[in-house]
Design a binder for this molecule. Structure first.
Ligand code: FER
Length: 255
């Protein structure tokens, strides 16, 4: 897992811009690169956070530099939130409730809003979803409910909570079975999952147990799942940005 070049933290020569798109009492922050984009990544923040966790100088400067250097295909990055505007309880239990019901909002409101604003219709081939921690939990729910919307999934240091809080760790076999069944039920099989965490991450035991249990379903997962762990990686955004520096170039790439 290569470190982010130090100068990538500073503003790039060619910079994208950020727009705030409002729907009801909520909003999405959207990064639009300098240059023509044809794909969209929905990037979901962790518990207690908000849209600015990813749409922040450190991450946006890195993405600008990667695009400028030709290391990354220009992409739109949309950062919504699963929290209701009045939500005050952002602890894991309550965040888990918000995340579990978020997919219909993504499908019905957020995706149409973002893609009409940027003038793109990427389809599932060029639409990805990823997230950190509770955003990773969100990503697994999207896998279970929205394979028709997304081909690419990038859960980062977050497990699947279909069997309850931290269910990937507490009930790995049952979680793996539910994931395989959900894929089968949706009748779409060309998805790609790139899961990443660190060995010192608080979510490591949960995601790691889940991924190991998913090996029991080689037809569902097999080479459609790539799993990486960084030695010593912890549960914070700087670490997650490093994972994204390494993993973003693999999104939307043909086999
Ligand atoms: C995990 C997934 C999500 C986990 C923690 C979280 C400890 C989220 C925590 C939070 O929002 O505070 O596997 O393991």
């Amino acid at each position: 897992m290569r470190p982010i070049p130090r100068d990538y933290l500073q503003p790039a020569g060619r910079q994208g811009r950020v727009e705030k798109l409002t729907y009801g009492r909520k909003h999405v922050l959207v990064y639009r690169p300098d240059g023509e984009a044809d794909c969209v990544l929905y990037l979901i923040h962790g518990g207690g956070g908000d849209q600015r966790d990813f749409i922040c100088p450190a991450f946006i400067n890195m993405v600008d530099h990667m695009i400028e250097a030709g290391e990354l295909r220009p992409l739109v990055i949309a950062a919504p939130t699963y929290y209701d505007p009045d939500e005050t309880d952002k602890r894991p239990g309550n965040s888990g409730v918000a995340v579990a019901k978020f997919c219909p909002e993504l499908r019905g409101q957020i995706i149409p809003l973002v893609e009409s604003a940027v003038g793109l219709d990427p389809g599932r081939e060029r639409r990805a979803i990823g997230g950190f921690s509770m955003g990773g939990v969100t990503t697994w729910y999207a896998f279970m409910e929205a394979l028709d919307l997304f081909r690419w999934f990038m859960p980062l240091s977050g497990d699947c909570w279909a069997c309850g809080e931290k269910g990937g760790g507490a009930h790995p076999d049952e979680t793996a079975r539910l994931l395989a069944e959900a894929a089968d039920r949706q009748g779409i099989s060309d998805y790609r999952i790139h899961a990443i965490t660190g060995t010192a991450d608080i979510a490591f035991p949960n995601l790691d147990a889940q991924i190991k249990a998913m090996a029991a379903y080689p037809e569902a997962f097999g080479d459609r799942l790539v799993y990486e762990t960084m030695e010593g990686g912890v549960h914070d955004y700087d670490t997650i940005f490093r994972y994204l520096y390494n993993a973003l170039p693999g999104l939307f790439q043909p086999d």
